[in-house]
Design a binder for this molecule. Sequence first.
Ligand SMILES: CCCCCC/C=C/C(=O)SCCNC(=O)CCNC(=O)[C@H](O)C(C)(C)COP(=O)(O)OP(=O)(O)OC[C@H]1O[C@@H](n2cnc3c(N)ncnc32)[C@H](O)[C@@H]1OP(=O)(O)O
Length: 358
Amino acid sequence: MRATQQDFENAMNQVKLLKKDPGNEVKLRLYALYKQATEGPCTMPKPGVFDFVNKAKWDAWNALGSLPKETARQNYVDLVSSLSSSSEASSQGKGGADGKAQESKGILVTSEGGITKITFNRPSKKNAITFQMYQDIILALKNASTDDTVITVFTGAGDYYSSGNDLTNFTSASGGMEEAANKGAIVLREFVNTFIDFPKPLVAVVNGPAVGISVTLLGLFDAVYASDRATFHTPFSHLGQSPEACSSYTFPKMMGSAKAAEMLLFGKKLTAREAWAQGLVTEVFPESTFETEVWTRLKTYAKLPPNSMRISKELIRKNEKEKLHAVNEEECTTLRARWLSEECINAIMSFVTRKPKL
Ligand SMILES: CCCCCC/C=C/C(=O)SCCNC(=O)CCNC(=O)[C@H](O)C(C)(C)COP(=O)(O)OP(=O)(O)OC[C@H]1O[C@@H](n2cnc3c(N)ncnc32)[C@H](O)[C@@H]1OP(=O)(O)O
């Protein structure tokens, strides 16, 4: 039976729910089939040789020649169906009861002893945050804000806390940089708003190096415990980008504008003790006792009266909320423009095309 327009639209939605990243080759094939099915043969001018991403996409689309739209639509549906059967669609239920675990691609959410634990769980990529992970974290925080857990804790699996935004979020987007930048700004706005509005105590257990957005977000946490192995790095200028997660406001407020500028403008990497001295970190622990000491403490905190902690947090945050939302809005608008700048595109391309290690 021929794939209908409805089958095609269902397949497009299905792609967004794939649990396993199908890899760049498959993504290019999907892109090419989508373009062929919706626009017909490629008539676009060939991108320049240094425009790696758009050239790869153009090549994939152009290779389909005069394949009829209907056949491209059918092939797209078939390809998605084969991917979906090998990679069960992502789902994340509502948690809260002790011992329940929800796993999505890239994050692991567990709840035990009154603590929701959200783990960046992509150690082979230093826990870089994909578009899907941003969305899964939003969902996990929304669940944690209304379930019966008392404290929510972020940590990282493996040697890193997180290397920040996955730099391939933009290069692997099927609709080009402009579409990726629009999507990025929308996702980022909602993601940061969820942290601003999160009603319960939010704690970061920074087990290792933290980069980019995983650092800036810490300004919205209630406590940050760090191993003495952790470092804090915000290389935004090196990436042609600008600060996010309200750090253009929280960092100068917390550490003074001179120290904030060293981090946010010049990309100075701080040790855990330096970050503590600047007020970004609550307490630093020796790596050898870090996990035991921190988790023992958190288990005690999770037994404190939850309503009292929620009300105190509300009082602390109340006068800042409107300001934080306005800052988030402006940072997202600024970043959207940055992502389309030559400085940023060149920096991202030089990361994704760097030579593999021997
Ligand atoms: C909705 C969108 C919101 C966006 C908000 C804006 C956010 C901005 C930021 O977060 S900016 C910060 C972005 N992050 C970085 O610039 C870090 C980039 N990575 C590195 O510099 C290094 O990988 C490292 C210092 C983190 C670790 O170096 P090393 O110990 O030498 O390991 P590898 O480089 O070999 O890394 C292993 C493996 O992981 C991949 N990887 C690491 N970080 C990222 C990343 N941020 N994005 C994508 N991929 C990453 C790396 O490519 C290696 O993969 P491979 O084994 O080669 O397949």
